[in-house]
Design a protein around this ligand. Structure first.
Ligand SMILES: Cc1cc2nc3c(=O)[nH]c(=O)nc-3n(C[C@H](O)[C@H](O)[C@H](O)COP(=O)(O)OP(=O)(O)OC[C@H]3O[C@@H](n4cnc5c(N)ncnc54)[C@H](O)[C@@H]3O)c2cc1C
Length: 467
């Protein structure tokens, strides 16, 4: 860029909007859990979200389904509450190439939106909607708060600890913490972006009947009862039908397989894909949204014309946000490796046992690899970015390499890391130490009182092996 392509922003004084013990940046899948966890420990918490509702990819992204068992703690509490409101069904064992993998029930996103917002409010969390965190303020290498932008202008929120749940590690990156993008290095690649949509007027019982009889849907969960179909139908495959449709029509759909799932009797379709998008470029980001819309029309036509049960179906809702799978991974005090995430390694400072599936959408366009694997552990050090103090990172951008991220990006792991970050922030503040020096044994003890298993051997029945 030439000098004329830059401007210099004038320095200015900005008002302090709020003072908090803990500021949580990002009210998506992870942030509300971090906020509730810290607030229930008696801390004054501010949760900042750039959109007008909570839930991020889980809710606004229409993902709805944690790909793995929810093994305890706040995530399980929330799912059980959702079930009691009719907003989630029973968990199920999905059949995949590795055998069986236990999947937490999808949730109804609108029920979940109301539920997590209410739990935050009940815990005393101050939510700020439609407020973007633009940068942290550092004091001698420690984060002292964040600058926000809203309709009220540019303001500052002071904090003793900041938890970055922005999914892109926005705060960590701007604070100078080291990170890698995707696979890292010059040729870094990332899992593709996608956009969910829903269809109504689908004859779900007819679809389920057909799915039982075809070998074109190899990964599946097909409930036996009509009631079970409301939340329990999960179908991945359709490769042969998709190939034929593309050959017949000349429409290019970008994926070899697609996934369908039900939540509250509605059909959720995960079928679009755009590769190589720089999501930090507003222009590239927008082009990806346009490409997803093109693909959504094609997929809807494919389903209507080729898949039994969809004859009268129509697009009901397109996710209002683009689903981003991978961007920055912070470099923390420990970097979870692909090998660690296969299970079998134990960490003294584990803050969560996770039973999420391995779920890689090949960055170069090959098919999706979805496997059930034995549980693994997430060390507290993966939440601690190098070089910056009083900052914790939770959610999909924790310190995990590209291979480990294929498990840790899943919602059960994100929510568990959020819970641990909230507890760790509270412990550090109470004990008057930095989050890096927070006593791990005490964090673990408090997580245990929430019913969270910390070590992989404590989680039973999350997977079965193929016969
Ligand atoms: C298409 C797709 C399908 C997926 N399918 C599954 C699945 O079936 N099962 C599964 O377990 N996982 C799935 N995943 C992965 C999983 O959904 C995500 O990794 C997880 O939800 C990420 O949680 P998060 O809290 O880190 O991010 P998010 O849920 O994205 O939350 C981040 C929040 O931070 C807010 N934010 C960001 N920056 C700022 C800022 N600067 N200021 C204020 N707010 C900010 C955002 O608006 C958002 O609400 C899927 C992902 C995608 C994209």
């Amino acid at each position: 860029m030439t000098p004329s392509q830059f401007i210099t922003e004038p320095a200015r004084r900005i008002p302090v909007l709020l003072e908090a013990d803990v500021v949580v940046v990002g009210g998506g899948t992870t942030g509300p859990i971090a906020a509730i966890a810290a607030a229930r420990q008696g801390r004054k918490v501010v949760l900042i979200e750039r959109f007008g509702s909570l839930g991020g990819n889980l809710v606004l992204g229409l993902n709805t389904k944690p790909s793995g068992a929810l093994v305890g703690g706040l995530p399980l509490e929330i799912w059980n509450l959702a079930r009691s409101m009719g907003g989630a069904g029973d968990d199920y064992m999905a059949v995949v190439k590795t055998g069986g993998v236990k999947i937490a029930s999808p949730c109804d996103p609108e029920t979940m939106k109301i539920l997590i917002t209410r739990l935050c409010a009940d815990a005393g969390v101050q939510i700020l909607f439609e407020t973007v965190v633009s940068e942290p303020l550092l004091d001698a290498g420690a984060v002292a708060g964040v600058v926000v932008e809203s309709k009220g202008g540019r303001q500052f929120i002071r904090a003793k600890v900041v938890i970055d749940c922005s999914a892109d590690a926005d705060v960590a990156a701007r604070a100078g913490a080291p990170f890698v993008m995707g696979t890292g290095g010059e040729e870094a690649v990332m899992q593709p972006v996608s956009m969910y949509f829903t269809m109504d007027r689908v004859d779900i019982a007819r679809l389920a009947e057909w799915a039982r009889t075809t070998d074109d849907v190899p990964a599946r969960a097909i409930p036996d009862t009509v009631e079970g179909l409301a939340y329990g139908l999960w179908l991945t495959g359709f490769n042969r039908s998709l190939r034929k449709f593309q050959e017949d029509t000349g429409i290019r759909l970008q994926r070899d397989n697609i996934t369908l799932k039900t939540a509250d009797g509605r059909m959720y379709v995960n079928a679009t894909r755009v590769m190589g998008v720089d999501v930090f470029s507003p222009v590239e980001f927008t082009n990806a949204v346009l490409e997803c819309y093109r693909q959504i029309e094609g997929v809807a036509r494919f389903l209507r014309e080729c898949i039994p049960g969809f004859e009268n179906a129509k697009i009901e809702q397109i996710a209002p946000v683009l689903g981003v799978r991978e961007t920055r991974h912070i470099l923390g005090d420990y970097i979870l490796s692909g090998e660690d995430s296969l299970g079998g390694r134990t960490f003294e400072d584990s803050i969560a046992a996770d039973a999420s599936a391995l779920d890689i959408h090949d960055p170069k366009g090959a098919d999706v690899d979805f496997q059930g694997l034995r549980p693994y552990e997430i060390p507290y050090r993966c939440l601690l970015p190098q070089k910056v103090e009083q900052l914790l990172v939770a959610g999909r951008c924790i310190s995990a390499d590209h291979a480990a991220h294929a498990r840790s990006r899943n919602m059960p792991a994100c929510m568990a890391s959020g819970q641990a970050a909230g507890i760790a922030a509270a412990v550090a503040i109470e004990r008057g130490v930095t989050v890096r020096n927070a006593p791990v044994a005490e964090i673990q003890a408090r997580l245990r009182t929430l019913g969270m298993p910390l070590f992989a051997h404590e989680v039973k029945g999350a997977v079965t092996e193929a016969a």
